[in-house]
Design a protein around this ligand. Structure first.
Ligand SMILES: *[C@@H]1O[C@H](CO)[C@@H](O)[C@H](O)[C@H]1NC(C)=O
Ligand SMILES: *[C@@H]1O[C@H](CO)[C@@H](O)[C@H](O)[C@H]1NC(C)=O
Length: 288
């Protein structure tokens, strides 16, 4: 943008110069001058001057408008917290999937009956949860001293909150299907799991209120009940998930890499050999 600002006016000057010194143009000019002398020459120069002034004014106005617009764009919406992912935040309009035929909707994929495919879908969704932050970034956040440093010195462990919220949704789904995910759960383990999910529920309540989806729902009449039904065709202002997920992917850390995430006194943090949904993991994360 600044590049153009410096070079565009110059190229206009260049064109005008070329016009004046172009042999055929000058030839025509002198023929005209020889018959009518100064007035013709003067008026042509004036015309060119006027042309250049108009071009210069237009160019100045154009860049002023461009500058104003780009400033408005970067401040709208204003970022009041520091997120490194800001460049990956792209707003997009989206109608939610509320297909009444549950088996045909995303509800089936993420909230349907448990099984291998559903677990895989969640694994894919959460795969880029854990990311690497550089030492400089941790310093900027004021978290360098208390951060979890990777043993290969490549940086610190981090996560975008959206993945944590998603993880909570997954937990609640697992809690609904206790028999499948926690077949031999003890009373103590159940109490811990329950407590953790109560935290998750309230975290999601706060997240939903924080994100304040202000898209308008209209109502419509149904055919079987006099109560107005929500029209879910309204578009929502959403982040472009693949852009945000791509940002996280670019900083992906495989926490199961042996010896990469190690507690200073308690040893390795993640063990891939432990089955997913294992109660040990629940008890462990219940402490955090
Ligand atoms: C998770 O993402 C990483 C980084 O893109 C990729 O290498 C890995 O194969 C993915 N794992 C799964 C289970 O999708
Ligand atoms: C649960 O207990 C049953 C019988 O007590 C056992 O056969 C089964 O392997 C256990 N399942 C898990 C995941 O530990």
């Amino acid at each position: 943008m600044h590049h153009n600002r410096q070079h565009k006016p110059r190229s206009y000057d260049g064109e005008d110069e070329k016009l004046l010194t172009h042999p055929s143009f000058n030839d025509g000019l002198y023929i005209a001058v020889s018959s009518q002398k100064q007035p013709w020459f003067r008026s042509l120069r004036c015309l060119l001057c006027l042309h250049m002034i108009v071009v210069a004014c237009y160019t100045a106005l154009f860049f002023a408008a461009l500058g104003y617009l780009s400033r408005r764009q970067t401040h709208d919406p204003p970022a009041i917290i520091n997120t490194l992912a800001q460049p990956a935040i792209r707003l997009t309009s989206k109608v939610f999937d509320v297909n009444p035929d549950v088996a045909e909707s995303s509800a089936w994929r993420y909230a349907g009956p448990p099984g291998y495919q559903l677990d895989q879908a969640w694994n894919e969704l959460l795969n880029h949860s854990m990311i690497r932050l550089t030492q400089d970034e941790m310093r900027e956040l004021g978290r360098e001293a208390e951060g979890v440093r990777l043993t290969d010195s490549s940086g610190y462990l981090g996560q975008l909150t959206v993945y944590h919220n998603l993880h909570c949704v997954q937990r609640l789904h697992r809690f609904i299907h206790l028999d499948y995910y926690f077949p031999n759960i003890t009373d103590t383990e159940y109490k811990l799991l329950h407590l953790h999910n109560v935290h998750c529920l309230d975290l999601l309540r706060q997240a939903v209120m924080c994100q304040g989806d202000a898209s308008l729902m209209t109502m419509k009449w149904g055919t079987t009940d006099p109560v107005p039904l929500a029209n879910s065709e309204s578009p929502h202002q959403c982040v472009d998930w693949s852009a945000l997920d791509g940002w996280s992917e670019s900083r992906y850390v495989n926490v199961y890499e042996p010896g990469l995430v190690v507690h200073p006194t308690l040893g390795p943090a993640y063990d891939k050999s432990a089955p997913h949904g294992d109660i040990g993991v629940v008890v462990d994360s219940g402490a955090s």
